[in-house]
Ligand binder design. Structure first.
Ligand SMILES: *Cc1c(COP(=O)(O)O)cnc(C)c1O
Length: 399
């Protein structure tokens, strides 16, 4: 954006196109150069001394680990889009979860973690945080303001992830944030599903928003990246912890994620349309017990989703009617277009056999049938439906 445009208010799609760009500082090139840099030279000792000023640690280019114009461009775009104070990049989505938890929790503190969290988040709490003397209590994702009953004097963080990993429960984030703030706790959110476009986390009361940039932001299944966006109060502690841990993102990954970000809105529009089309079709299938997708009016989380989200991305679950594992595997193997693989948010469709019942401690996942997680890509949805139809035929045949 031209300097003269500062102060104007632009809508999200316009911000997505312009934030973080400074063509006048890079010979007119539309995109920032990819700086491959560890050492950053100072012209003289006065500049060297100036760059050591601890107050400027995260504001200037002084060492590759702490950022370059390439990483600053993506950070500026992400923070501006979601309405946060500032952002930082980390090497993976998981690192973007662990660093803020380490920053805001210390020995003797208590953490409230949603029971439907991303699996490796649970592992980190149970293995690493426990060893550091932080106690974790898991809570029911459907608890709204009832969270207040679980908040203790030493509860520093309430962690939300909405919709839940694998099971897609929508949380009442504004109610949870209200109660947490009343009792002096911070609210951290894994906002990977919503993206900065579909869940404006800061407007809903979140203090720290976490993204696996690996997913929709990068969008092409070719890199790992994490991003943390904070409010003003939490920026320094979280940014300092990320630096103290030695986390940084590679320049090529930051550049490719910024390139992906520019088309996030158009990709998500199509992901959403395709996702809804396939989900509606699945809902009518006799083999399907339930589709776990808050964009569907029949979903128990639909009303909250409609109130708080600005759209639905295309990752959802489905519970099949009880069937032998062998038959479900035959179904998946019969699919031609759905890849069998971890991660999601790329341009291509994926399917995974998941076991949510193994990742619960505060609640029970009581669906009897097998659960599958689908990511709907940018293929023609009619082809995806035909593929799934072949899969169901294999399921019936093996059953
Ligand atoms: C994939 C994922 C992450 C972790 O991202 P990585 O870049 O793979 O480490 C975190 N949260 C959610 C909800 C995810 O799906």
């Amino acid at each position: 954006m031209k300097e003269s445009a500062n102060g104007r208010r632009y809508r999200p799609d316009t911000l997505l196109t312009h934030l973080g760009r400074r063509p006048q500082a890079q010979m007119g090139a539309v995109n920032p150069p990819v700086y491959h840099a560890s050492t950053i030279l100072s012209a003289n000792m006065a500049e060297w001394e100036e760059k050591r000023d601890p107050k400027k640690r995260f504001d200037i280019v002084r060492y590759g680990l702490l950022g370059t114009p390439t990483t600053f461009a993506l950070e500026e775009a992400l923070a501006g889009l979601e309405g946060g104070y500032r952002a930082m990049l980390l090497p993976s989505g998981l690192a973007a979860i662990t660093a803020p938890l380490q920053a805001l929790l210390a020995a003797g503190d208590h953490l409230l973690m949603v029971d439907s969290c991303y699996g490796p988040t649970r592992t980190f709490c149970d293995h690493v945080l426990r060893r550091c003397g932080v106690e974790t209590t898991y809570y029911d994702p459907l608890l709204g303001e009832g969270i207040a009953r679980l908040i203790r004097p030493n509860t520093r963080v309430v962690f939300v992830e909405s919709p839940g990993s694998l099971t897609f429960e929508v949380q009442d984030v504004p109610a949870i944030a209200r109660e947490a703030h009343k009792l002096g706790a911070r609210v951290l959110m894994d906002n990977t599903w919503g993206t900065p476009l579909f869940f404006p986390s800061f407007a809903r009361g979140v203090d720290v928003s976490i993204h696996a940039g690996t997913k929709y932001i990068a969008g092409h299944s070719d890199l790992l990246l994490g991003a943390v966006i904070t409010n003003e109060e939490t920026f320094l502690p979280v940014r300092s912890m990320a630096a103290d841990l030695g986390h940084c993102a590679g320049p090529d990954d930051a550049y490719m994620a910024l390139r992906g970000l520019r088309t996030l809105s158009v990709r998500l529009e199509r992901h959403q349309r395709n996702g809804l089309k396939v989900a509606l079709w699945l809902q009518g299938r006799p083999e399907v017990q339930r589709v776990l997708y808050p964009a569907l009016p029949e979903d128990p989380g639909h009303a909250l989703w409609q109130r708080d989200f600005l759209g639905a991305t295309s990752l959802f679950g489905m519970v099949l009617k009880p069937a032998a594992k062998r038959a479900v595997f035959a179904m998946i193997d019969a699919l031609d277009l759905f890849g069998i693989g971890a991660s999601w948010g790329g341009f291509e469709s994926l399917i995974q056999f998941v076991r949510p019942e193994r990742l619960r401690s505060a609640t029970r996942w009581s669906e009897e049938g097998p659960t599958l997680r689908l990511h709907i890509g940018l293929e023609d949805p009619e082809d995806l439906i035909a593929d799934l139809e072949r899969g169901f035929a294999a399921l019936r045949q093996a059953g």
